[in-house]
Design a protein around this ligand. Structure first.
Ligand code: COI
Length: 387
């Protein structure tokens, strides 16, 4: 889209600074050679550069790419006290043709907008978001892992920087995008993920912030999450806040049950995160002519289906987790066990299909990938996106 068209489309309060091109300050010395790509973890190593953009005086400005590094912030910054902060998670992949692809950044841009709205953070233009990610991936293209199952995880974050102890919406923000070469989130994906359904604590309630990607939602899961790990489980399965009967999500991923020949996943009614992978799974199930329902699913229904041999499989879906088969669910005294070894599990073809699309093995019929154009010789952007 031409710049003039973009200008027409962008509401005035969202106009990025009218720089002719996104300024890039390259780091003096790359840290890439020190990275052990044979032993990647999840998010403990960060790429050379980051994107930053500031909000002051009622507008976003000073968008630029700079070397990754510490940021100066006042101890009085509102985000540190009252949690006015949101983030996103998405991935870029090295295709089998060598070309980097970013998976569905437009959906993350959309969700960031919802999160910002809930947390009273000024919106970020969706094309600014996508273009900034594309340029950052271009600059750090060499950080894209080569192996299937690995990716460059992209973490956009927006937080309140105004120093003020009043409980109020900040009038200053910082928008950063950092990236990290990663493997899968769970080390136990092959053997399946074990879940403990939490009977007391809740992750989110109706009218709260459950649908928004804000740090507080994750902080609230740490105490019960630690209990889950101490009791021998990988993760907590969240239930509804009112009765602790209906399944919500896992925190790091949405959840699917295959009951009989129908896939069932809890509906988006404000308490669970609208996952991009969840949405992609529903599209793929539709493409494959599978039956699926987005509806409340109770633990009672899950247990009844399990006891009569109707619960075929359970799996989680999330950007970091991709598709993670569930091997065990504990709910009070009851434990449900699942064999995750059969090759014909839906979780297996869904994982393969999603990764095939992300890496250009399979035709991207829905146009989910944003292709990154690079000049392989210099790893500098071939064409600067205007801001
Ligand atoms: C993601 O799937 O991208 C997430 O944000 C989950 C977790 C790493 C916080």
């Amino acid at each position: 889209m031409a710049y003039s068209q973009q200008l027409l489309r962008i509401p005035i309060n969202r106009l990025p600074v009218p720089n002719p091109a996104l300024p890039i300050t390259l780091c003096q010395r790359s840290r890439l050679s020190g990275v052990d790509f044979d032993h990647l973890g999840f998010g403990d190593v960060f790429s050379d550069h980051m994107f930053r953009c500031e909000f002051t005086d009622g507008r976003w400005h000073s968008a630029q790419i700079v070397p990754y590094g510490p940021i100066a912030m006042e101890p009085g910054a509102l985000c540190l006290h009252y949690g006015q902060a949101v983030f996103e998670g998405l991935k870029a992949f090295r295709g089998v043709d060598g070309v980097p692809r970013i998976f569905r950044p437009d959906r993350n841009a959309d969700r960031l907008e919802q999160s910002c709205a809930r947390l009273c953070i000024p919106p970020i233009d969706q094309e600014l978001f996508c273009s900034a990610i594309e340029q950052l991936v271009t600059v750090d293209e060499k950080w894209l892992p080569q192996r299937r199952g690995e990716s460059l995880y992209i973490r956009p974050l927006v937080f309140a920087t105004e120093p003020n102890l009043l409980v109020k919406a900040s009038d200053r923000y910082l928008f950063l995008i950092i990236t990290a070469p990663v493997k899968g989130y769970f080390s136990t994906t092959d053997s399946g993920v074990s879940l403990r359904a939490e009977p007391n604590y809740t992750r989110a309630a109706m009218g709260g912030t459950g649908f928004a990607k804000t740090g507080g939602n994750y902080a609230a899961t740490l105490r019960p999450g630690t209990d889950s790990v101490e009791q021998g489980f990988d993760q907590t399965l969240w239930l509804d806040s009112r009765d602790h009967c209906f399944v919500e999500e896992v925190g790091q991923m949405n959840i699917f049950f295959k009951i009989g020949d129908t896939f069932v996943t809890p509906p988006l009614k404000g308490t669970i995160l609208p996952g991009v992978t969840r949405e992609s799974v529903l599209t793929l199930l539709k493409d494959h002519g599978e039956k699926f329902e987005e509806r409340p699913v109770s633990m009672e229904e899950v247990i009844l289906a399990y006891d009569r041999g109707d619960l075929q499989e359970v799996f989680g879906a999330g950007t970091a987790a991709v598709i993670a088969p569930v091997s065990r669910i504990a709910y009070g005294e009851k434990t449900l066990n699942f064999d995750v070894s059969p090759e014909n599990l839906a979780s297996k073809w869904l994982y393969q299909t999603i990764v095939d699309i992300q890496t250009g093995v399979t035709e991207d019929i829905h146009g989910w990938n944003r292709i990154v154009r690079t000049d392989a010789n210099t790893s500098r952007p071939v064409e600067s996106v205007r801001f």
